[in-house]
Design a protein around this ligand. Structure first.
Ligand code: ADP
Length: 620
């Protein structure tokens, strides 16, 4: 086969690795071991479930061979599932993971230099090119006869040819460069392996030549030696007091593709009716693909320490898709097929209990304000999705989500809002939209500000969908102030009087605007602005309409309700005007400026500017 070029994204990734991770080159070993461990997991599962591989007997292991004399070659071998020709092409010639692809696409030149950013996605196999000029991957897929060799210098591309290998599995041979020489050293390898891969579930053997010095004048003898260098005990099955924070952190990196320490972890052992161990982690930064439909699930399922799957999106509720970790059950049958997992009662119970546990740990996190803010900045939005989809945990989630507010800086909760409510205040008020600054300047807030009533600023597009559905917090209604109706509650007697005074004018404005508005009403919520637009209680608001359009759904043309401020000078003066054309111009200007303030583009800007100029001319 002719020499193959890497896909462009592979080239980008290789560039990135060489520039930003150079000083952390030791992670190449963690990446290789974790690939081998995955390959062993996969094969073990197939021997339990696949008819063709049922009779295959193998003792899973990983071997590392050193060349301590010449410091030229470094070999990592496993007897896992192996790769056929096609696998080698797709796995090592392209980047399979869409999260990584998108990440690279969006990365600015500046941020490419930041190695912390790179840490957010796995660099995987390609990290070997930090320490090697050339890599050979010789692999034979379990159940097949042919072996293949993939060769690359990590620059120009790769070649694949037929090759030989005794058993199934993969051998990675690295031809070390200057930077890589230091790894051909047993102490180094032992230390790096213990640091990153001590608790992977399979033994790692180190092969080297032990030198023994005899009597003076005699040649030292060299004996080939094999030594297991990791503890190979599944970390999640250990008891908490045996484990140090570093153990948890390093294990996290082997299962998550993340390069940074996790934000925190939750380690649980359940005994009794159901027996299982779970170990969950929250990444410091939300996973790159969190908002992509084809996100990679982060939780692996094991049964009695045997890996079953890392590709089941149902192990936890979808909104907790940022959680990484392990579920290991004692009660599921070992040969459980992935297909029937979805309907399995045991697993459903573990899911319910784990969800409760995770939410209660998040709740505890609230005691540490700084840490909780850090959490919210990453995961507020998925939690809000939970409000929509996880009815059973709605109450718990309502305590966890956070919003901006007109009364306090930073984030606040429904509970805190409730504690600050004024005497006699009936509802929790909020305003929704997609831009926090626009919302904070909305004329709709004026009356609330004047009466010193707090309004929650909901600028996340998901709020608009979720909050109306939630409806209440702790028996208190949640009311959107950019809908008709909400204002009535804060009306005073004076407000009612001045509303009555503009009734005749309202009729004139309504006639002038015709079908451009659904209604014209006097408003008690404006103080400085002459007018504002609101959506009818039953209509989708402007932002909602935009979202529906983006999702390709038909949107009814939403016609706004115009509210005018009966005490504003423009309005009081307009009441006395007889000139029909002028009333019409001013009516339109009241509507159009309200739309502009709300952030809605005008349908006919030139007509607007003509009107504005006519009125300006008269004023001068
Ligand atoms: P990741 O492991 O995060 O998917 P890598 O770049 O490390 O990314 O590996 C790419 C793919 O190559 C793996 O997903 C796997 O399918 C395959 N692969 C890598 N190493 C091995 C191995 N030792 N045995 C079998 N398959 C492997």
């Amino acid at each position: 086969m002719a020499h193959q070029q890497f896909k462009t994204e592979v080239n980008d990734l290789l560039q990135l690795i060489t520039h930003s991770l150079y000083s952390h080159s030791e992670i190449f070993l963690r990446e290789l071991i974790s690939n081998s461990s995955d390959a062993l997991d996969k094969l073990k599962y197939l021997t339990l479930t696949d008819e063709k591989l049922k009779d295959l007997e193998f003792t899973p292991q990983i071997d590392i061979e050193l060349d301590e004399e010449n410091h030229k070659i470094f070999t990592v071998r496993d007897n896992g599932i192996g790769m056929d020709k096609e696998d080698l092409e797709t796995c090592l010639g392209t980047i399979a993971r869409s999260g990584t692809k998108n990440f690279l696409k969006n990365l600015s030149e500046e941020s490419k230099k930041d190695s912390n950013l790179i840490g957010q996605f796995g660099v995987g196999f390609y990290s070997v090119f930090m320490i090697a000029d050339k890599a050979e991957v010789i692999s034979k897929k379990a159940g097949q006869d042919k072996a293949y060799k993939w060769t690359s210098d990590g620059k120009t591309g790769y070649d694949i040819e037929e090759s030989e290998r005794d058993t199934h599995g993969t051998t990675i041979i690295l031809y070390l460069n200057e930077n890589g020489k230091e790894y051909d050293n047993r102490w180094q390898v032992e230390q790096i392996t213990k640091k990153y891969s001590n608790h992977i579930a399979f033994p790692i053997y180190l092969h080297y030549e032990k030198t023994e010095y005899g009597k003076e004048g005699e040649e030292p003898t060299k004996t080939p030696t094999v030594e297991q260098i990791n503890s190979a005990s599944a970390l999640w099955r250990k008891s908490k007091n045996e484990l140090k924070p570093e153990d948890y952190n390093e294990f996290y990196k082997t299962i998550s593709n993340d390069y940074e320490d996790p934000m925190f972890h939750i380690h649980t052992r359940a005994e009794g009716q159901l027996e299982y161990n779970t170990l969950f982690y929250f990444p410091q930064k939300a996973p790159m693909d969190m908002f992509q439909a084809d996100y990679r699930p982060g939780v692996k399922l094991y049964v009695k320490r045997v890996f079953i799957t890392d590709d089941d999106k149902e192990l936890l509720p979808t909104y907790l898709r940022f959680v990484r970790g392990i579920i290991d059950s004692e009660d599921l049958p070992l040969n459980v097929s992935r297909e029937i997992l979805q309907k399995n009662k045991i697993l459903a119970n573990i899911k319910t209990a784990s969800t409760k546990k995770i939410l209660s740990e998040i709740s505890k996190l609230q005691n540490n304000t700084e840490k909780y803010i850090q959490f919210i900045e990453q995961y507020n939005r998925p939690l809000k999705e939970g409000l929509y989809s996880d009815y059973a945990n709605k109450e718990a989630l309502l305590e966890l989500v956070r919003f901006k507010s007109t009364s306090v800086d930073g984030w606040t909760s429904f509970k805190e809002y409730k504690e600050r409510m004024k005497e006699g205040q009936k509802s929790i008020y909020y305003i929704t939209g997609d831009n926090e600054t626009l919302l904070r300047n909305s004329p709709l807030l004026e009356a609330y500000a004047k009466k010193d009533i707090e309004v929650l600023i909901m600028a996340d597009e998901i709020d608009e969908v979720v909050i109306p559905m939630v409806g209440k917090f702790d028996e208190i209604d949640l009311k959107a102030i950019n809908k008709t109706g909400a204002a009535d509650e804060i009306k005073t007697e004076d407000d009612k009087k001045s509303e009555d005074s503009v009734k005749p004018l309202i009729k004139k404005i309504k006639d002038a605007l015709g079908d451009k508005v659904k209604d014209v009403v006097a408003s008690s919520r404006l103080t400085d602005s002459p007018s504002c637009v609101v959506a009818d209680e039953n209509d989708p608001s402007a932002q909602m309409a935009q979202m529906m359009r983006a999702m390709g759904q038909p949107v009814p043309d939403v016609i706004p309700v115009l509210e005018i401020n009966p005490t504003h000078e423009i309005v009081t003066k307009l009441s006395d005007i007889k000139d029909k054309d002028l009333i019409k111009d001013v009516s339109f200007l009241l509507l159009e400026q309200a739309l502009l303030v709300e952030g809605t583009a005008l349908k006919d800007p030139s007509a607007f500017s003509k009107r504005l100029n006519r009125v300006l001319k008269m004023a001068l």
